[in-house]
Write a protein that binds this ligand. Structure first.
Ligand SMILES: [Ca+2]
Length: 219
């Protein structure tokens, strides 16, 4: 037998020993990590919604030079009825599914993210507008904390309307939906940009998805 065949024989035996040790769990590191992985994948296979915070980016085509925007509006019209889709977790006759419920409306002018100080006010219709600073902050704070219009089964058209202090170009708007539940509340909603005379400068339908919709208007 040649020296090469002897070495090859030893290698085969060594590989067999490693396989047996692994199968009997004596390589603790690898068996621990595989059990951890399997338990986490088990928990993510439940029916809870995914908490994917990735963005869906849409480049408006053609790009629009939308200047002199005064109002940024989310409008939801449930006149035609509301669907009994699974993510309407509180689908019920009390009007909850007719409300708008968002984490944030993040508008950009150029590359500047507009903050509460750039806005005059937020108005919720129907809604509790008695604490204007609070509601404006919640919808512009780039934080998952959410704001909602008021649940009302008798009101089909709900709006969230941001008023800018100074009319200006809007180049991008991120609509940040809830990720923990209820993202279907954005069903049948539109984003509308208006000038000071309330002329529509840009509008688009929104998706009822549980993540951020980034609308690149000028690019
Ligand atoms: Ca927020």
């Amino acid at each position: 037998m040649s020296a090469g065949k002897i070495v090859a024989g030893f290698l085969v035996v060594a590989v067999i020993v490693v396989i047996v040790l692994a199968a009997t769990g004596q390589f603790k590191g690898s068996s621990d990590s595989s059990s951890t992985n399997s338990s986490s994948s088990d928990s993510s296979s439940t029916n809870s919604p995914p908490t994917d915070d990735s963005k869906i980016t849409t480049n408006v085509s053609p790009a629009l030079d939308v200047k002199n925007v005064k109002y940024i509006v989310i409008k939801k019209d449930s006149t035609g009825g509301i669907p009994a889709v699974p993510d309407y977790v509180e689908y019920d006759p009390n009007g909850g599914a007719k409300s708008i419920n968002l984490a944030d409306i993040l508008a950009y002018s150029g590359t500047k993210l507009l903050t509460a100080s750039d806005y005059e006010k937020l108005v919720l219709t129907p809604g509790d507008n008695t604490n204007p600073d609070r509601i404006l902050n919640v919808i512009t704070d780039n934080d998952p904390w959410t704001m909602s219009s008021t649940w009302d089964p008798n009101v089909n058209v709900h709006t969230m309307e941001l008023t800018l202090k100074n009319p200006q170009q809007i180049t991008r708007v991120d609509i940040v939906n809830r990720v923990d539940c209820c993202w279907g509340r954005l069903y049948n909603s539109k984003l509308i940009l208006l000038d000071a005379n309330r002329q529509v400068l840009y509008t688009t339908d929104l998706m009822n998805v549980n993540r951020t919709q980034e609308l690149q208007i000028a690019y």
